[in-house]
Design a protein around this ligand. Structure first.
Ligand code: MIC
Ligand code: SF4
Length: 645
């Protein structure tokens, strides 16, 4: 067996381990972050359970830490009180980014983790099966429920050779993205094996599994070996280690070999992480902004590398450089080693150790700026500036270019590889309620400021769909297009308010058109191309459209997490039976599906009549029995209430 199979089989609750079959797996650990967490805990509360029933659940605050106005702070108070009451560990704002912290302090090889954030697979860097999911799926897992996922196709990526100086883990995952692309990988797990694995430290492995999210895979996994052991020991957690490797004759559904020695510095060009080019192609091109950090590249290893490259020098006068470390551990170690001082002396802006710039909540670039960022997503507008051109690069490329103000190949100026410390600085003081984890303090009063809304009720699938193709979009529409973050992020706990911004930048009239149709008793339908719903796990990209009366999506294909979120909120994720029929519908067309409920609960085939064009086309939806029950009930929460989930 391979590592993925070993972990999944050890956690299998029900279902047949056959590629594509939906199985239920037991979840050992959960994590939430604040932007998805408030809804997840509101949903958890509505389930009426006394406490979290996992081995460990952690609530991190790292996304909404800007606190312009009362909204973010209200969310923090709500999350803190809920964590205390229900036996969840609470990570205070300022502690760091959820994935970096979870890797440092809680992740364990061989365990399952689900998190309400698409970069949860970071945990795969230490041999966990760590999967991103919607908040409500995490709420169910916290309540002791299983997590449902298609048994994956495991792609074995055999690493050979060794990285050359100046080339690093970001270049590995960019090479994988160049090979596999950012669409069409639904239902796969990327498992790394081979002699090259031992040459990579844990933070490097975590960079690779983290950004595996951009492939659209279920997760990515490394084995747990002596390198993992040394990392956990240095975190004072040697007891959490266990060895885990694929059997020598393990089977993979597919394999691909990547020679690390042949890699060169790479960059994902605007506006998709799958647009991979070489840094060499851009050398000399002017750069305006450089941002270093995010859950992909904010480890001690990464930021120390940058500090050593910038030591004794200053950043180019025409670039602004921002640095956000992943955790207090990283900040404190850099400070104690004098490296923070090097960064400050070099002219970097030191940002809070939080998501910040990565999600467009801080340091949006200037109009038309060219930016190099070490984060994982460069979707159009995500930085907060629609016209900015964001390239995703390694910390080494970022640092080299910071000095020159132009794209620079870091092989020309790299430093020795940073060795992992024998002991990391351990300071768990911003993790609250560890003593009552799994038990809780039942008489805690939950704090609900005015920003804490309610979860809107779902809508059982109708007998007939009569409505409008309210919007028609193209390929690779991300959840950032559907539900923008950045300046709108503070409305995450308030669905009626947040819903005003659905498709804000794609079609500013969407909110008005959809609300008008809904109020006139019509269903709204979203028509889309390939890979609809790429990117984040934010269930608001389903929840807010549902609130606006969206009852179906008709796409050429839908990405995994978003598809699950649509079903969880009662929206039918149809695909065109013949993708060419995408051309048979235009925005604003009147559509009708007679026998919608029968089709959805039956064989999953329906005919859409386009009343405007006097034509018709077929759509399909493949659902497990459980998913049919959810759609029939009006979503997961309603099904839980009826005891049918
Ligand atoms: C992201 O990187 O897009 C986020 C913000 O972390 C999201 C979660 C969210 O929208 O809250 C993710 O990746 O799941
Ligand atoms: Fe935070 Fe960015 Fe990572 Fe999302 S991708 S968790 S916003 S740092």
């Amino acid at each position: 067996m391979n590592v993925t199979e070993k972990i999944l089989r050890a956690h299998l609750v029900s279902g047949e381990p056959r590629v594509g079959e939906e199985v239920a797996i037991r979840i050992d650990q959960t994590l939430t972050q604040d932007a998805t967490g408030t809804m997840a805990y509101l949903q958890f509360e509505s389930m009426g359970l006394e406490r979290a029933r996992t081995e460990l659940s952690v609530s991190y605050v790292d996304h909404n830490t800007v606190q312009i106005g009362y909204e973010n702070a209200d969310d923090h108070d709500y999350l803190q009180s809920v964590a205390k009451k229900y036996g969840v560990v609470y990570s205070k704002p300022g502690n760091g980014i959820c994935h970096q912290l979870h890797l440092e302090r809680f992740g364990k090889p061989g365990k399952t983790l689900i998190g309400s954030d698409s970069h949860t697979p970071t945990g795969g860097g230490i041999g966990m099966v760590a999967i991103g999911a919607g908040g409500i799926d995490v709420a169910v897992a916290m309540g002791g429920g299983a997590f449902f996922v298609a048994w994956p196709k495991v792609v074995g990526i055999r690493l050979t050779g060794e990285l050359k100086p100046g080339v690093s883990a970001k270049d590995i995952i960019l090479a994988v993205l160049r090979r596999y692309g950012s669409k069409g990988n639904v239902g796969r797990v990327m498992e790394y094996f081979g002699p090259g694995v031992a040459t990579l430290d844990v933070p490097s492995r975590a960079t690779v599994t983290n950004m595996g999210a951009e492939l659209g895979v279920t997760t990515s996994v490394f084995p747990s070996d002596d390198v993992t052991k040394a990392f956990l020991e240095a975190q004072g957690r040697g007891g959490d280690w266990m060895p885990l490797a694929a059997d020598s004759e393990a089977d993979y559904d597919e394999t691909w070999e990547l020679n690390l020695s042949e890699l060169e510095p790479l960059a994902a060009a605007p506006h998709n992480p799958g647009n991979v080019e070489t840094v060499a192609e851009h050398v000399g091109q002017r750069v305006n902004q450089i941002m270093i950090g995010s859950c992909t590249n904010s480890s001690y290893r990464d930021i120390k590398t940058v500090a050593l490259m910038l030591r004794g020098r200053t950043v180019h006068p025409d670039v602004e450089v921002g640095i956000a470390c992943g955790s207090r551990q990283v900040v404190r170690m850099l400070a104690d080693e004098g490296l923070l001082s090097d960064l400050i002396a070099a002219g970097c802006r030191i940002l809070e150790n939080a998501c910040g710039f990565c999600i467009g909540a801080h340091m949006s670039p200037a109009t038309d700026a060219v930016c190099l960022r070490t984060s994982n997503r460069n979707f159009e507008g995500r930085s907060g500036t629609a016209s900015a051109k964001v390239y995703l690069v390694s910390p080494e490329t970022a640092a080299a270019s910071a000095l020159t103000g132009v794209f620079t190949d870091p092989r020309t100026c790299c430093v020795d590889p940073v060795a992992m410390p024998g002991r990391f600085t351990i300071d768990d003081s911003l993790f609250l309620y560890r003593e009552t984890a799994g038990v809780g303090v039942p008489d805690t009063e939950i704090v609900r400021g005015p920003n804490i809304g309610q979860v809107p009720p779902g809508h059982p699938v109708d007998e007939i769909l009569r409505g409008l193709a309210t919007i028609k979009v193209g390929d690779k529409i991300t959840t950032d297009h559907i539900m923008p973050a950045g300046a709108r992020l503070k409305y995450r706990s308030n669905v009626p308010e947040y819903a005003k911004y659905v498709f804000e930048h794609t079609d500013p009239a969407f909110y008005a058109n959809a609300s008008a149709a809904r109020d006139a008793g019509k269903a709204n339908v979203i028509v889309a191309g390939e890979s609809y719903g790429q990117g984040s796990s934010r269930e608001h990209a389903a929840l807010c459209p549902m609130y606006l009366g969206v009852r179906a999506v008709i796409a050429k294909s839908v990405e995994r997490i978003h598809r699950a979120n649509l079903i969880n909120f009662g929206i039918v994720p149809f695909v065109f039976a013949d993708p060419a029929d995408y051309d048979k519908v235009d925005q604003g067309d009147e559509l009708e599906i007679a026998g919608l409920r029968e089709a959805v609960l039956g064989n999953g085939r329906a005919t859409v009549r386009n009343l405007t064009k006097q034509s018709s086309f077929d759509v399909t939806v493949t659902l497990s029995d459980r998913q049919k029950r959810l759609l029939a009930a009006g979503g997961l929460l309603a099904a839980v209430a009826r005891g049918e989930a």
